[in-house]
Write a protein that binds this ligand. Structure first.
Ligand code: NAD
Length: 255
């Protein structure tokens, strides 16, 4: 990726077996970083990410981010094997419909627990373990992958919208709390992105209308989200700490 130099930097990207996480891992590797490719269940796909990355010394680490003990072990492993973590990208997340007017109370409970447990509490777990390490070094960057849905609404995936709004608030509070440690916390908020997560929706009857939400008549490519992540993690972007950068092709405007 032109313009960014992360030579010698150590980066942990969660959910990097595919989609946006894979694009972020590849972009950091192309910019010279050594990357820890975190995955949950898809070891084969994580290996493909690793194989596509230029440079040497990249590693793969496994954890369910909703499991606090697994996260602690995973972060310790990355610190042990890479020596340190300069940049954390909290990208792992899940999305599925759970409309209130169609769900049983039990389905509603499990959707809220699973989606909040992964997208918000999972990210908070990884952040805690990595931030404690960064604090000891008084240096670091944390970039969280949120969503346009936090602002625009997610009528059929309310827990998802709430999880991403929570992630935004968490990131902004943390940007204030961690500033004295020279740790900067930023957010990217993509609209729809061409990944497996959104494939069924984008290939379905709603797809055309979704693409038309942007005057560019398309959704984002994962590489475009990665570009924003690398900018926020780059040298010189420190004073953007606490920001939320939209990557939505002007499909939803806020000011
Ligand atoms: P994806 O489904 O392709 O990838 C999600 C990744 O998260 C996978 O690698 C998966 O293994 C990992 N993951 C899920 N649950 C996990 C768990 N419990 N523990 C560990 N890892 C787990 O989706 P994507 O589109 O690449 O999404 C990446 C991020 O971008 C997510 O946070 C998502 O909410 C956000 N986002 C996506 C879109 C979109 O349209 N695709 C739009 C806005 C925001």
């Amino acid at each position: 990726m032109a313009g960014f130099d992360f030579s010698g930097r150590k980066v942990l990207v969660t959910g990097a077996s595919r989609g946006i996480g894979r694009a972020v891992a590849l972009a950091f590797a192309r910019a010279g970083a050594q990357v820890a490719v975190h995955f949950h269940r898809q070891a084969d796909q994580a290996r493909e990410t690793l194989a596509a990355m230029p440079g040497t010394g990249h590693i793969m680490v496994q954890a369910n981010i909703a499991d606090p003990a697994a996260v602690e072990q995973m972060v310790a492993q990355v610190v042990d094997r890479l020596g340190r973590i300069d940049v954390l990208v909290n990208n792992a997340g899940i999305y599925y419909y759970h409309p209130l007017d169609e769900c049983s109370y039990q389905e509603w409970q499990s959707a809220w627990q699973e989606i909040l447990g992964t997208n918000l509490i999972g990210a908070a777990n990884v952040t805690y373990c990595v931030a404690r390490h960064m604090m000891s070094r008084r240096s670091g960057r944390i970039i969280n992958v949120s969503s346009r849905g936090a602002f625009r609404g997610e009528p059929r995936a309310t827990a998802y919208g709430a999880s991403k709004a929570g992630l935004n608030a968490f990131s902004q509070s943390l940007a204030q709390h961690l500033a004295p440690y020279n740790i900067y916390v930023m957010v990217v908020a993509p609209g729809f992105v061409e990944t497996d997560m959104a494939r069924d929706i984008l290939d379905g009857p709603e797809g055309e209308a979704i693409r038309r939400q942007s005057p560019l008549n398309r959704v984002a490519r994962p590489e475009e989200v990665a570009h924003a992540v690398l900018f926020l993690a780059s040298e010189g972007a420190e004073f953007t700490t606490g920001t939320i950068v939209d990557v939505n092709g002007a499909s939803y405007l806020r000011s």
